[in-house]
Design a protein around this ligand. Structure first.
Ligand SMILES: Cc1cc2nc3c(=O)[nH]c(=O)nc-3n(C[C@H](O)[C@H](O)[C@H](O)COP(=O)(O)O)c2cc1C
Length: 477
């Protein structure tokens, strides 16, 4: 079994490993373990691989050139509010990682948090005392809660429980954590963690919309298994490295080119029901849309991915909303506004059945097949193009099987979007469901053809174009 001691790697290699780990949302140890496991298939010594940096190929380096590295938090002050959830234990690791990068952590524990982690261990790892009481005789002589909220560069709430989010959205201030959050004039980042049913509860959905509207930044939650046995879905707290990366994006925005930008991405097909067991669908796999959502998040954007039914995993560090039909997708996109960027990749069904049968439609002998009456689905891209809250950059996809340029240009005009990425989805090309794509990008006054590449590279190329677009954006006064 190959092995390596990270401590013994030279500084440059260590830094490259750190950057790679941060990009992938893993710890250095996890990243190194992954690389080592790949070595098993090669006749190479680990030292050779790490020393030669064969694992950091120039292609990867170029594609990720715009994407940030591990943040330097030198002297930055993070007020970390720990809520009462199982994921509180991950905060010990988060604190360690912030401090490793030069940051200072001042911990605040809710009463419930103390049932999950002890003030003693949090304080010892943070190297600072832990605050938890609002009415603290030692602290409140100089209105300590205001001081705490101001003596920080950033407030991080992790895990952000359903309860804490509700308090924040409702403007409650009945304990130290919520009072600090009300009193602060600093940016706030929340890392929600809760059971998927709690995350999808209409109250939480309302609260997170309110918080977003109030300018609160989110990292996660991720999809996966829950601590409760047999439960799975969206609700796992983002990993410490992901939270760290989000902290870096806010505190050192120069590090991530799309930090502070909010993006909506749609992906996958839609399923339009005919009856309880049948539906109209298409061959979209969601691979391209998901890859774009991930690349945007890697570049620092806060990303909401509205996904139709797909068989691939939702990217980490992206809030994924699962929908079935075009109308559900339309509603969720509308709810996710406002946004700076919208990339509409989903293959939304143009039509749905006029009436969905409540019972399974039966085959009737001698009567021939049932006829389906179709009606038009909402045109989400067009609606966005003419919306009062139109995203600053609106990108659509055009899946064409003929007259690609002609159709793409017409679509650009008709839908009121800024760019159309056209791809030929003729069955011979294998784009639908496949792993690569050949794109032509049309804007109002130009077009360009990209070479055939895998869908991740298409995503990174698009994100680099988006970065360029915002860098050259003209500010008019
Ligand atoms: C074992 C256990 C695990 C819990 N995990 C979570 C959780 O992950 N997310 C959450 O929102 N609430 C969770 N709760 C409920 C919260 O602890 C409860 O709502 C509490 O009032 C939150 O207080 P706080 O928001 O002030 O920290 C859990 C409760 C228990 C008993």
């Amino acid at each position: 079994m190959p092995s390596i001691t990270i401590r013994n790697l030279d500084e440059e290699t260590k830094q490259a490993l750190r950057e790679r780990a941060a990009r992938n949302g893993r710890s250095m140890e996890e990243e190194a373990r992954l690389l080592l496991s790949q070595l098993r298939d090669h006749d190479k010594k680990p030292e050779a691989i790490f020393a030669s940096k064969a694992w950091s190929s120039p292609a990867t380096a170029i594609a990720n050139a715009q994407i940030t590295a591990d943040p330097n938090l030198d002297g930055k002050r993070i007020l970390l509010i720990i809520g009462g959830g199982i994921a509180a234990y991950k905060c010990l690791d988060l604190i360690r990682r912030i401090r490793e990068r030069g940051g200072k952590v001042r911990p605040v524990l809710t009463e419930a948090a103390q049932a999950f982690v002890t003030p003693l261990s949090v304080g010892a790892i943070a190297g600072d005392r832990v605050f938890s009481e609002l009415f603290d005789r030692d602290d409140e002589h100089d209105i300590g809660h205001i001081r705490l909220s101001r003596e920080a560069d950033l407030l991080v709430v992790a895990p952000a429980t359903a309860d804490l989010m509700a308090k924040m959205a409702g403007g409650h201030a009945n304990d130290l954590a919520s009072t600090i959050l009300m009193a602060t004039n600093k940016p706030v980042l929340v890392a929600p963690a809760m059971n998927p049913a709690m995350w999808n509860h209409p109250a939480t959905v309302r609260n997170r919309e309110t918080l977003r509207h109030d300018g609160i930044r989110f990292v996660g939650p991720n999809a996966g298994e829950m601590a409760e046995s047999g439960e799975a879905g969206t609700g796992r707290m983002a990993e410490p490295m992901e939270i760290l990366s989000a902290i870096g994006g806010i505190i050192s925005p120069d590090l991530k080119p799309l930090s502070g930008k909010r993006a909506i991405v749609t992906s996958g097909p839609t399923h339009e029901p005919i009856d309880p067991v049948r539906y109209i669908a298409n061959r979209s796999s969601g691979k391209q849309g998901h890859a774009i959502a991930k690349a945007l998040a890697d570049a620092g954007a806060e990303v909401i991915l509205v996904s139709g039914p797909v068989n691939i995993e939702a990217p980490r560090n992206v809030e994924t909303i699962h929908v079935q039909t075009a109308r559900e997708m339309q509603k969720m996109v509308e709810t996710a506004l406002p946004a700076d960027i919208a990339v509409m990749v989903a293959a939304v069904a143009d039509w749905r059945t006029e009436n969905t049968a409540d019972e399974k439609m039966k085959k009737q002998d001698g009567k021939g097949p049932a006829s389906l009456r179709l009606t038009e689905n909402p045109d989400i891209l067009k609606e966005l193009g003419h919306h009062g809250k139109r995203p600053k950059l609106l990108v659509g996809f055009a899946a064409e099987t003929e007259k690609l340029a002609e159709h793409a240009k017409a679509k650009l005009e008709r839908k009121g979007c800024d760019w159309i990425l056209a791809n030929d989805v003729s069955p011979s090309g294998g784009v639908m469901g496949g792993d690569s794509n050949t794109i032509r990008l049309f804007s109002k006054d130009s077009s360009e053809t990209w070479s055939t590449m895998d869908k991740q590279s298409v995503a990174r190329q698009l994100v680099n174009r988006i970065i360029e677009h915002f860098e050259t954006e003209t500010v008019t006064v």
